[in-house]
Design a protein around this ligand. Structure first.
Ligand code: EPZ
Length: 416
């Protein structure tokens, strides 16, 4: 079955190493298309979203070899730009290939990446900006075709911050003719990692990590070996699991400097977190929480990807909580599932009000997207009795071995 069975009530204890970042790996893998030769990507997580991205690169004729966490992409055998629609539809980050392929081949046709349960997730900002860079784009019901002999640098003022649009336009601009300005640019650590990869390959980018990126187009990039940073959301997931289940765990390689808002919120909610040289030590529910109010936002605000994980922790705390979701329009799908476990949560617009349930009980619950699925597992660790989280494939999109890792930390769970 595509599920996880969790026997609740066990505290967590021990250490787990945090995998490489999904949301840094995906744009970096797309960026390899801009480079003629073999790039080596270290610490690349073995998760299904990366698997699909590698299949897409192979469908374009690239040679792809994985040796544990090292992935080699050889673009010398690149043969074209018709990607299988089923792989494009599987994950949204395929749209990142658009900027890279347009820069590389001058023409691309692809299906819209599609929305998911958390929102419509349009790509209007991507397409509008590529038009400003000189691309002619024909749209249809199901997808679009874009053409540009060579993209031109342009000043791109986005109406609001978009991680994906920032990444796509970075990939479109590094080989463009002239200077491109992206503002406001997303400041997520994954953008800084992508800039780091591109700069190692010879791209000229100013303002990495700030809200204003200035890219001076160059004629070519060179193959590089680059290490993907640890995944701050996966680290936050295990931190939340410890807040739910209790206990004390060490998250090796957790990028504490990228997790300030998450750690501050966790401490306000009663956890103890100490920053060590090579990770963070977390003690769940170390003292009474003082404040359970979370508002998501663009980095460095509290990340939307951590919202459902903290909702699970709130549902187990003894205090009322409030979560405001400002990034996606429909990211409270987990509420109905947590309520099946005895949580008392009501939603008004983009605000979820969490009443103090204190305890949850086991239930059969449904993962409907990646982070919500992980949050249900975290809640089930603390619930009284047995839970089953179905649609495990959503969780596998972003988490390596979550069952193995949690079992190694003392949880009692199994694939079902
Ligand atoms: C990235 O998605 C991440 N995905 C998401 O992580 C993350 O939640 C999100 O950024 C916000 O941090 C990857 O990196 C693969 P956006 P993305 O463009 O790029 C709207 C996870 O769990 N928008 O910043 O799609 C959009 O609908 C995933 O790992 C437009 O309206 O996010 C959303 O409401 C989930 N038009 C808001 O902007 C556009 O052209 C922010 O989206 C683009 C976006």
């Amino acid at each position: 079955m595509d599920a996880i069975r969790i026997y609740g009530g066990k505290c967590l204890d021990g250490q787990t190493a945090i995998q490489g970042s999904k949301n840094a790996s995906l744009p970096i893998l797309a960026a390899t298309l801009l480079i003629d030769g073999t790039c080596e990507i270290e610490n690349c997580p073995d998760i299904s979203d990366v698997y699909h991205m590698l299949r897409l690169l192979e469908s374009l004729g690239c040679g792809v070899v994985r040796e544990a966490a090292l992935v080699r992409v050889n673009t010398r055998s690149f043969s074209g730009c018709d990607m299988p629609a089923d792989s494009v539809g599987v994950m949204r980050s395929s749209v990142m290939l658009a900027g890279a392929l347009l820069a590389k081949t001058g023409r691309i046709c692809m299906k819209y990446p599609g929305g998911c349960v958390i929102g419509a997730r349009p790509i209007d900002l991507h397409l509008r900006s590529l038009r400003l860079m000189g691309a002619s784009i024909e749209e249809s019901e199901t997808g679009f075709c874009a053409e540009a002999a060579r993209l031109k640098g342009a000043v791109l003022h986005l109406p609001f911050i978009s991680v994906g649009a920032t990444e796509n336009l970075l990939l479109a601009s590094v080989l463009a003719d002239g200077v491109t300005v992206i503002e406001p640019a997303a400041r997520e650590p994954e953008i800084r990692a992508l800039c780091g990869f591109l700069q190692c390959a010879g791209a000229r980018i100013e303002g990495a990590g700030t809200g204003r990126l200035v890219i001076h187009g160059v004629d070519r990039l060179r193959p590089v070996r680059y290490r993907v940073p640890a995944d701050r959301i996966v680290a936050g997931t295990y931190l939340s699991a410890c807040m739910c289940a209790g206990g004390r765990i060490f998250l090796k390689d957790a990028p504490a400097d990228q997790m300030e808002s998450v750690i501050n919120c966790a401490e306000r909610m009663g956890a103890a977190v100490s920053r060590e040289a090579d990770g963070i030590l977390v003690t769940g529910r170390d003292h009474e929480s003082v404040c359970d109010v979370v508002t998501t936002g663009c980095y460095p605000e509290f990340p939307t990807d951590m919202q459902s994980l903290f909702m699970a922790a709130m549902a187990l705390s003894g205090r009322a909580g409030r979560i405001e979701e400002t990034v996606f329009e429909n990211r409270f799908r987990i509420v109905s599932e947590l309520c099946k476990m005895g949580a008392d949560i009501t939603v008004q617009g983009n605000v979820a009000h969490v009443s103090p349930a204190g305890r949850l009980h086991g239930a059969i619950v449904r993962a409907q997207e990646l982070r919500g699925g992980a949050a249900l597992v975290a809640a089930a660790l603390a619930a009284d009795g047995t839970s089953i989280v179905t649609n495990r494939h959503y969780i596998d999109r972003g988490y390596e071995d979550i069952v193995l890792n949690l079992r190694a930390l003392g949880a009692d769970l199994e694939l079902a």
